[in-house]
Design a binder for this molecule. Structure first.
Ligand code: C2O
Ligand code: CU
Length: 512
């Protein structure tokens, strides 16, 4: 594989930008942002983003793009720190995969790790046998063996892929998956993908040791894990501009926070020209860190949430929790600007530079004023009319109480940890409502596989955004609805890696 010539105007612009004066990730980072894997064939039919009535099927004429993903140990330079870790194809992030809605993604996974692994395609409404959840949709792929993933990508948007095994994501096994919209309506000159991460492996404790210490000490953290206050009731009262997720926004202080695999000391640099409109596709691949993103001297126009278009909202900063993706557009000024992702509640930040002209590079520790102005959150967003599920009778409601035992670090849904509960039932064709009730003092980004739900706000007629990952803040109740249009066995879990490992997961299952 490798960079492939691409045939669409959109991609041509992006590739041209990379080669010429446009937006690119600095060559010194070694990160190659353009990896077309799809033959970019226009598919029949109208907008691909409409809610589906049927499970995804290959569209007539859709062609397949093939990619090889080798899960392997590698030495990675995080910018001033070199670590021995696990990667896809030796890169951090792994290769950026790119194709168009309606096309078939064929990915050959080769496992050269000393442990079983899988690839999960986060946010994609694919056929469930390809969903990459060991024990649920496939056996883990053993060391030395491989697996062929092959599925249609039905909906455009920004997605990512990662294993669904233990804490493997925390070692750097992740990459962006961009599904382009054949009927793209938003206009921009260039785009770039930003993958945010929190990092501890080989710089601090390993992810596994971090989990063990959380289990040992409960929420009274020792050493590197946390150490920033205690949990208690009443946290919800402390939401505010400075703490949009409540007083306790994470369990683990990580030694490094990364943008595209780079630490603030040797940051990724995005280059463009003044006056250009850039589209940033932002993915939060972190274990335990929500980020507040801002670009110094600029405002952000939020156009998509978890891949799906929203009515555009322009704010100063953007809150992005683990497992979430947002697309934003920015019209660039002239100079060198700090792109900062503040680690919520952790007094640290990830950092990159956007450069359109001359000028001193911004300092890695700079805190743009935008971070403390209007922070756009899920509450500000509503689905674009083309993807609004609309109102209809709800056929089935599942109530999901989220809680945690702070002494044992056991995280539960309706009192059950891991797969202790029977799968949540549904029937194909039903409108299903999930009501998340958070009784714990921490926020949980709840992620449903295989579907994109619509967030409903109590007592409001507003649409709410389409999403596959929704933040449920401490002591808050959040309602979402989805169409049961993709039969299979699907995970529903918290995307905090340590909460998930601590048990906060269940399944939804229904048949055709
Ligand atoms: Cu990105 Cu089940 O997760
Ligand atoms: Cu959680």
């Amino acid at each position: 594989m490798g960079t492939r010539a691409v045939t669409t105007r959109r991609s041509f612009l992006a590739v041209a930008g990379l080669a010429a004066a446009g937006l690119a990730v600095d060559a010194s980072t070694g990160h190659r942002p353009q990896r077309a894997v799809g033959r970019l064939v226009r598919t029949a039919g109208g907008r691909q983003v409409r809610p589906r009535e049927a499970p995804p099927a290959a569209r007539p004429g859709a062609r397949a793009g093939a990619v090889r993903l080798v899960a392997e140990p590698a030495t990675v330079d995080l910018g001033g720190r070199t670590v021995e870790t696990w990667t896809f194809n030796g890169e951090l992030p792994g290769p950026e995969l790119r194709l168009r809605a309606g096309e078939v993604l064929r990915a050959r996974l080769e496992n050269r790790l000393p442990a079983g692994t899988t690839v999960h395609w986060h946010g994609i409404a694919l056929r469930y046998r390809m969903d990459g959840v060991p024990g649920l949709t496939q056996p883990a792929v053993r060391p030395g063996e491989g697996f062929d993933y092959e599925f249609v990508v039905p909906d455009p948007g920004t997605y990512f892929y990662h294993p669904h095994v233990g804490l493997q994501v925390e070692r750097g096994l992740y990459g962006a998956l961009v599904v382009e919209d054949p009927d793209e309506t938003v206009r921009y000159d260039h785009e770039a993908v930003l993958v945010l991460d929190d990092w501890t492996h080989q710089v601090g404790a390993s992810p596994e040791a971090t989990l063990a210490s959380l289990r040992r000490s409960g929420m009274r953290h020792s050493g590197q894990a946390g150490g920033h206050g205690h949990h208690g009731a009443g946290t919800a009262a402390s939401f505010g501009p400075s703490s949009p997720l409540g007083a306790d926004a994470g369990d683990v202080r990580h030694p490094l926070y990364l943008v595209n695999g780079r630490s603030p000391r040797a940051p990724a640099v995005l280059r463009a020209r003044p006056g250009q409109r850039i589209r940033l596709r932002v993915v939060n691949a972190a274990a335990d860190t929500a980020f507040r993103l801002a670009l110094g001297g600029h405002r952000l126009e939020v156009t998509h949430a978890d891949g799906f278009p929203v009515r555009p909202v322009t704010g100063d900063a953007l809150l992005i929790a683990m497992g979430e993706r947002y697309d934003v557009q920015v019209e660039l000024g002239d100079g060198a600007f700090p792109l900062v992702a503040l680690a919520e509640g952790k007094d640290a930040q990830a950092f990159a530079v956007v450069r359109t002209g001359r000028g001193m590079p911004p300092r890695p520790g700079v805190r743009p004023a935008e971070l403390d102005r209007w922070v756009v959150t899920v509450a500000d967003l509503d689905a674009d009319g083309a993807v609004d599920l609309g109102r209809r009778r709800v056929d089935r409601t599942h109530r999901l109480v989220l809680d945690g035992d702070m002494a044992t670090y056991r995280w539960t849904i309706n009192g059950h940890a891991h797969h202790g509960a029977a799968p949540l039932p549904a029937r194909q064709g039903e409108r299903v409502r999930l009501v998340f009730e958070n009784r714990s003092p921490m926020f949980h980004p709840m992620h449903l596989h295989g579907h994109t739900f619509q967030v409903r706000r109590a007592g409001e007629r507003r649409a709410g955004p389409r999403k596959d990952t929704v933040v449920v803040r401490p002591l808050e109740r959040v309602t979402v609805e989805f169409e049961a249009d993709n039969p299979g066995r699907w995970m529903l879990h918290c995307h905090n890696a340590y909460h998930q490992a601590g048990g906060m997961m269940t399944t939804l299952a229904y048949e055709r």
